[in-house]
Design a protein around this ligand. Structure first.
Ligand code: B12
Ligand code: SF4
Length: 554
């Protein structure tokens, strides 16, 4: 473990678990006396991580969005991404505001930072999906003065003003902001040469309802699509700064299926049909505009495999340079899909054909598979590896079914345990994210015939199989140049090190080795992914005007 991690364990040990997460304690805490004006305050925005790699793969978007929502009167926000390096808390002065964004995996590190920052006299405010689900936890264990539930875009300036006036509310119900009010990120605040991919969101929310996913519950099932111009402008800003690769940080890039349209038609539901058609038309418009961006750009997104039904959509993606998409395959058997409420996926040979359709239309697939579903058997692992090989997916991730808060699976699991959940120290495993990292069990859904260790060992073996150098090299043939092929190999290795070996491995020697490897590979990857900045690049005209091409040549 790094020193950073060891430090985390010690501070975590000081945290007390409260069996009922009562906010009372937090409410009675003394707040620092408010500073006189906004310019006296530094706003620190911190993305917590217990591991720092020096280089980041994808820009954590929320940091740059909240920075953008911070009124200019507060000066330049101090952005800290701990996936790059640990937060130096001594930079915090009394009266500063420390905004911490947490998801479940990094919540505990976030609470440590919040506690330390509060002790230095800062006003501590939490947001992000985990704080949205468990606001009382941040108030109780994370030193929070306030928690924002939901989207921060619109509420953040008001929260800052309340902090300044000393009138902070404990909880802000920010809800789901309308797409027109999403704040574009402030990319000029990006540290130079530290990230490989930029991230721009084009749509939020997903109409599906998979049992292991919280997106449809927190972000809603109605897609909130951003206007094409603002998306393109943000992407251009990234390319001006030398980013060729941009992740479209969407929940589901294909929010309207042909089946949705057919259903609305059958029901003669005219308003719904119009709404769906408009959403779909906007997708095509966006892709047309992306197609006009410099030819060296590459996009990646997340999408359901239903998109393979619509080759016009896939062709538009290829023209738009969306060269890769994470596709949630989840399971290769009908029983497995039923387990996760994902009956709209295919299985067996139909699945192979579907995934190949993406590739045949120029969209590489990052297949996401889940192991540990109740219907899985030991034979499922080899069958999945075989499908992943035959379906021609470029990358794959094999995750173990984990009950994430906010999901149907989590609610069922928590209910099934009742008051009998096993405890580590004082902490029930149903709050596994609060267990110190070095003692934290990998919590996976209970399985009828396999132990977690068996599932983990078999999962690790599938990673090892899929990411053997021989197989990576064979897959890298899809790359068009030798430079792209090298990038493919390095990215495959990096992905595997960062994900499988630090994510699912329990052996700390393996985690340490993976961390060192990831650091080593990250630097050349970063070099391969970036390009010459094009500071004069202009917005392409909506009608496909020549502006951007001229800019790209320049
Ligand atoms: C893009 C993405 C990724 C990318 C990029 C991550 C990155 N570096 O940014 C990749 C592919 C790497 C990734 C990986 C993972 N992800 Co992910 N990811 C997303 C996704 C689709 C979009 C995130 C995003 O950029 N949104 C845009 C920004 C602007 O929105 P936001 O982060 O929600 O922030 C807004 C509010 O939350 C709030 N806010 C956020 N922070 C703060 C802080 C303050 C102070 C305030 C006031 C407000 C505030 O205001 C912001 C603006 O409105 C989300 C789904 C989602 N809808 O959020 C999942 C999601 C966050 N990921 C999730 C998961 C589970 C993972 C993985 C664990 C997957 C896995 N099995 O390995 C890993 C973990 C990686 C890690 N260690 O961080 C879950 C988290 C669930 C949970 N309870 O924690 C989500 C919600 C998806 C899901 N299926 O449920 N992810
Ligand atoms: S897993 Fe994907 S398809 Fe399913 S609800 Fe979540 S975002 Fe939507």
């Amino acid at each position: 473990m790094t020193e950073h991690l060891a430090g985390e364990a010690t501070a975590e040990a000081r945290m007390q678990w409260h069996s009922s997460l009562s906010p009372g304690d937090a409410a009675s805490r003394v707040r620092p006396s408010p500073p006189v004006s906004a310019s006296d305050v530094t706003v620190h925005l911190v993305n917590p991580s217990h591991l720092s790699f020096g280089i980041g793969v994808i820009t954590p978007r929320w940091l740059f969005v909240l920075a953008s929502a911070t009124p200019v009167s507060y000066g330049r926000p101090h952005i800290v991404d701990e996936t790059l390096e640990p937060f130096a808390v001594d930079a915090v002065r009394p009266g500063d505001v420390v905004g911490i964004g947490i998801h479940t995996g990094n919540a505990l590190r976030g609470y440590e930072i919040g506690t330390l920052a509060r002790a230095r006299g800062a006003v501590v405010i939490y947001g992000g999906i985990h704080a949205t689900l468990y606001p009382d936890e941040a108030l109780d264990l994370g030193g929070a003065h306030a928690v924002v539930k939901g989207d921060g875009d619109v509420v953040w300036p008001h929260v800052l003003d309340d902090a300044l006036r000393g009138t902070l509310q404990r909880v802000y119900e920010a809800g789901r902001v309308d797409a027109d009010h999403f704040v574009p990120a402030r990319w000029e605040l990006l540290p130079k040469g530290r990230y490989m991919w930029g991230s721009v969101q084009t749509v939020r929310g997903c109409p599906k309802h998979c049992s292991f996913c919280s997106v449809w519950r927190t972000d809603g099932q109605t897609p909130r699509q951003r206007r094409v111009d603002v998306v393109v402008e943000e992407i251009l800003e990234l390319r001006r700064r030398g980013f060729r690769f941009v992740a479209l940080a969407d929940d589901n890039f294909y929010p309207v299926t042909l089946a949705d349209l057919a259903m609305a038609e059958r029901q003669n539901n005219v308003p719904r049909l119009e709404q769906l058609r408009a959403l779909r038309a906007e997708r095509f418009e966006l892709m047309e505009r992306l197609a006009q961006l410099p030819s060296d750009m590459v996009f990646f997104t997340q999408i359901t495999m239903e998109a393979a039904e619509d080759v016009a959509f896939l062709d538009a993606m290829r023209r738009a340079k969306i060269k890769g998409a994470l596709v949630g395959v989840e399971a290769v058997t009908p029983e497995g899909l039923k387990d996760v409420y994902k009956g709209f996926n295919d299985v067996g040979e139909a699945l192979v054909t579907r995934l190949r359709t993406f590739r045949d239309h120029g969209v590489g697939v990052l297949g996401s598979f889940i192991f540990g579903l109740p219907s899985d058997r030991p034979s499922t692992f080899a069958a999945t590896a075989d499908i992943a090989d035959r379906a021609g997916v470029a990358f794959a991730q094999f995750v173990m079914l984990t009950p994430y808060p906010g999901t149907v699976d989590f609610a069922a699991w928590e209910k099934s345990l009742g008051n009998n959940a096993a405890r580590i120290g004082d902490i029930p495993v149903t709050r596994h994210w609060l267990i110190p990292q070095d003692q934290r069990p990998k919590v996976y859904a209970p399985h009828p015939v396999m132990s977690p260790d068996e599932i983990r060992a078999r999962t690790q073996a599938v990673w090892d199989h899929f990411y053997s150098l021989r197989r990576i090299w064979a897959r890298s043939q899809v790359a068009e140049s030798i430079r792209a092929r090298i990038a493919f190999v390095l990215l495959s290795k990096l992905y595997r090190q960062m994900y499988a070996n630090t994510g699912i491995a329990t052996d700390s020697a393996r985690v340490n080795r993976a961390n060192r490897w990831a650091r080593l590979i990250a630097r050349p990857c970063q070099y391969l992914f970036t390009a010459r900045p094009l500071p004069d690049l202009q917005l392409p005209a909506a009608d496909g005007g020549a502006g951007v091409r001229a800019g790209a040549r320049g």
